[in-house]
Design a protein around this ligand. Structure first.
Ligand SMILES: Cc1cc2nc3c(=O)[nH]c(=O)nc-3n(C[C@H](O)[C@H](O)[C@H](O)COP(=O)(O)OP(=O)(O)OC[C@H]3O[C@@H](n4cnc5c(N)ncnc54)[C@H](O)[C@@H]3O)c2cc1C
Length: 357
C-alpha cells in the first residue's frame, strides 16, 4: 500500500542521544544540501519530511510521509547518519510509530524476469514483473537491482534496528547493481530496464541476456537521476546513459533546446530517440577504442556553444569514471553551473565491477 486511504500521513518518531545536536544538524545539511532546510530544521526527501528539535543532550526527530517507502528510506538515512556520528552506538536509534518493528523494507520489491527484447545488438531490454509498483513511477529514475547467488533461492534484506536494511551474508550475499528504469507500468505490474552488453562481461549483463523467465531479482528504490525542465540542456553519456537520455528527451517540454551527445561503439548502437525538435542528437563512435578510454564525448561537450542569453540551463552526464571527472569539471568550472543546474554521474568504472574491486 502506498498511501493511507484516509489521506492522513504516516508518522514515526525517535529521540537520539547526541551531545552536539547542532553539529549533527550541520552535518546533515552538508551531506544533503538539496534536502535540508537549516532555518526550518527540516529535511525533505521524496515525499517524506523530517522535523528536528534540539533538546538537552538529545535530538528528537519526527518523520512524516504519505508514502511508506519514502518514510522508511528517510528513517533509515537518519539512523545511518546518527549511528555513524562520533559517540553514538548502533543501537541508538529506535523508532516508534508507523513501520516501527516491522521487518518489511517498503522500498524493496521481489521481481521476476518476464520478458526480453533486443533494442539494439548490444542493448537488451528486460521486463521485470512485480506488484505494487506505483512508487517507481515518481521520485527518481534509478533502482538498485539485487542479484541472488547463482543456484540459491534469494534471501532478501529486511528492515533492522533504526529501519536500516539488514543484508544477507555469506553464501546468501546479494550482488547489487544500479540501473535506470526505462519504462514503469504499474498498471501492468512491470518495469523495463535496458542493459548494455559490455566487454569485459559482467554478472548483470549475463543475467539479463541469459536467465530463464521467472528468474528472481530484487529491486529497491527509486532515487535520483531525473533531468528537470530547462530552456537549454546538455545530455551527454555513453550507452549506459542511453536509458536516462531517452527518458529525458521524452519528458522535457517540446520547446526545450540544446544537445544530446551519445558515445557508442558504432552505428549499430543507434536507436530512435524521439524528443524536442530543438535538441540536436549526435552519435559519437569509438570504433575500436575501448569504452572508458575514448575522449570524443568530453571533447564534443567542451566544443558546444551556448546557452542562448537568458536561457535556464541544465547539464546531465552519465559515463565511465574518467569522463565523469572531466565532465563534472566542464559543467562546474568552465561553464560555471551551480549545483542545481547540473548532474554529472559516474555510471561505471573501468576495471571494476560495481561496488567491487
Ligand atoms: C545511476 C546509474 C544508472 C545506470 N543505468 C544503467 C542502465 O540503465 N543500463 C546499463 O546498461 N547500465 C547502467 N548503469 C551502469 C551499470 O550499473 C554498470 O555498467 C555495471 O557495472 C554493470 O554491471 P555488470 O554486472 O554487467 O558488470 P560488472 O560486474 O559491474 O563489471 C564487470 C566488468 O565490466 C566493466 N564494465 C562495466 N560496465 C561497462 C560498460 N558499460 N562498458 C565497458 N565495460 C564495463 C567493469 O569495469 C568490470 O571490469 C548505471 C549506473 C549507475 C550508477
Amino acid at each position: 500500500m502506498d498511501k493511507l486511504s484516509d489521506g492522513s500521513p504516516l508518522r514515526a518518531t525517535t529521540g537520539i542521544a547526541i551531545g552536539d545536536g547542532a553539529g549533527f544538524l550541520r552535518h546533515l545539511a552538508r551531506a544533503y544540501p538539496d534536502g535540508f532546510d537549516r532555518a526550518a530544521g527540516r529535511m525533505i526527501m521524496g515525499l517524506a519530511s523530517a522535523e528536528f528539535h534540539l533538546e538537552r543532550g538529545r535530538v528528537s526527530v519526527t518523520v512524516t510521509s504519505a508514502d511508506a517507502g519514502d518514510l522508511g528510506i528517510l528513517k533509515g538515512l537518519i539512523a545511518y547518519q546518527a549511528q555513524n556520528w562520533p559517540g553514538t552506538d548502533r543501537a541508538s536509534v529506535v523508532w516508534t510509530g508507523d513501520g516501527a518493528g516491522s521487518p518489511v523494507l517498503p522500498h524493496l520489491r521481489p521481481m521476476v524476469l518476464a520478458g526480453r527484447e533486443w533494442v539494439a545488438p548490444r542493448l537488451c531490454r528486460i521486463w521485470l514483473e512485480g506488484s505494487d509498483l506505483t512508487r517507481f513511477s515518481r521520485g527518481g529514475w534509478h533502482v538498485r537491482l539485487l542479484l541472488p547467488p547463482q543456484g540459491r533461492a534469494p534471501i532478501w534484506p529486511h528492515a533492522g534496528p533504526g529501519a536500516l536494511p539488514v543484508w544477507p551474508e555469506g553464501p546468501d550475499r546479494l550482488d547489487l547493481r544500479t540501473y535506470t528504469l526505462r519504462h514503469v507500468q504499474p498498471e501492468k505490474g512491470r518495469v523495463a530496464i535496458d542493459v548494455v552488453m559490455h566487454e569485459p562481461a559482467g554478472r548483470m549483463m549475463r543475467w539479463a541476456a541469459t536467465s530463464e523467465f521467472g528468474a528472481p531479482i530484487g529491486m529497491m528504490g527509486p532515487g535520483g537521476g531525473e533531468v528537470p525542465p530547462a530552456d537549454w540542456v546538455i545530455l551527454a553519456g555513453d550507452e549506459t546513459a542511453l536509458p536516462a537520455i531517452a527518458r529525458a528527451l521524452e519528458t522535457l517540454p517540446a520547446a526545450t533546446q540544446g544537445h544530446a551527445l551519445i558515445e557508442v561503439e558504432d552505428e549499430a548502437d543507434e536507436i530512435a530517440l524521439p524528443g524536442p525538435a530543438g535538441i540536436r542528437v549526435r552519435w559519437l563512435y569509438r570504433r575500436g577504442v575501448p569504452a572508458g578510454l575514448c575522449t570524443r564525448l568530453c571533447e564534443a561537450v567542451a566544443a558546444l556553444n551556448g546557452p542562448p542569453a537568458g536561457a535556464s540551463v541544465f547539464a546531465f552526464s552519465g559515463t565511465e569514471f574518467t569522463a565523469y571527472t572531466a565532465l563534472r569539471a566542464e559543467f562546474r568550472k568552465r561553464r560555471g553551473l551551480k549545483r542545481q543546474q547540473h548532474l554529472a554521474m559516474a555510471y561505471w568504472r573501468r576495471g571494476q565491477m560495481e561496488g567491487g574491486a
